[in-house]
Ligand binder design. Structure first.
Ligand SMILES: N[C@@H](CCC(=O)N[C@@H](CS)C(=O)NCC(=O)O)C(=O)O
Length: 265
């Protein structure tokens, strides 16, 4: 018996993807509740009681809220160890945690990378009111300032350049690691792979696919993750074709500018 599991998530959000992947890999049944981030659902007082950080995801297990996506994944590993996503030995577990900690730092750049490219055109087309509403939906002054820059300046902003550099460094690190083992931290699929997948996928969804294709081991890893049985229920089912098409089209439009930035870097 697993006890009731409910995941509060936003379908395309990177952190929600991680937890859905871990749940699917562990073959756990769960209920879903969508939090609409653009409508400020993360600030609803009832949701904030579950997640005082005003972010998704939150897992509720037998009435207890569990927050922070990678800590949720580790919680699932502790509570439901039958299908393991962590190595058994201390060194292997440390290797996974080095990856998840690193990827958490890359996550700090994900919103700028996404909003400077993907939904920017649609939000900006709504005029200043659209920009203000989107900025206001973000929790905290720092996040709001970054969102404003991403929307107003797009890929021309230095913040976008920083985000791009952080993502490219992650891809290089992955390519290096995958030279010696099929998965990021171990011979088997672990929470390290769960942690990294959403960010590689985000690059693909923003038409930055050449960055993946230029790294053969990474490209092979990406294809192997997408071929796992967990991928459909955890990812494709939620990150739906119209959204992906919009992101890809907007990404393709600015790819020449991004390519130019990469040549300078
Ligand atoms: N460290 C948190 C980060 C969560 C996070 O940043 N969630 C984003 C979506 S991926 C969010 O809810 N953003 C809403 C906002 O900033 O207003 C975790 O891993 O759960």
């Amino acid at each position: 018996m697993t006890g009731a599991l409910t995941l509060y998530h936003a379908p395309p959000s990177t952190c929600s993807q991680k937890v859905r992947l871990a749940l699917a890999e562990k073959e756990l049944a769960y209920q879903l509740q969508v939090i609409d981030l653009s409508a400020g659902g993360q600030h609803d007082p009832d949701y904030v009681k579950l997640n005082p950080n005003h972010v998704v995801p939150t897992l509720v297990h037998e009435g207890r809220p569990i927050i922070e996506s990678m800590l949720i994944c580790e919680y699932l590993e502790d509570a439901f160890p039958e299908i393991a996503l962590m190595p058994q030995d201390a060194a292997g577990r440390h290797a996974v945690r080095l990856w998840t900690q690193y990827v958490d730092r890359v996550h700090a750049h994900a919103a700028v990378l996404t909003f400077a490219v993907g939904p920017r055109k649609m939000i900006v087309s709504q005029g200043q009111a659209g920009i203000e509403a989107n900025v206001a939906s973000v929790h905290g002054k720092k996040g709001q300032a970054a969102r404003r820059i991403a929307l107003e300046q797009g890929v021309a902003s230095p913040l976008f350049g920083e985000a791009l550099a952080a993502f490219v460094a992650m891809l290089d690190r992955m390519e290096g690691s995958l030279q010696s083992s099929p998965w990021l931290a171990d011979d088997g699929f672990t929470l390290a792979d769960v942690a990294a997948l959403p960010y590689v996928l985000r690059l693909d969804h923003l038409s930055m696919t050449p960055l993946i294709e230029a790294r053969p081991k990474l490209a092979d890893w990406f294809a192997r993750v997408a071929a796992r049985p967990s991928y459909g229920p955890a990812i494709t089912h939620h990150v739906v074709p119209p959204l992906v098409a919009m992101l890809k089209a907007n990404g393709a439009e600015v790819w020449p500018e991004i390519g130019a930035l990469l040549k300078v870097a």
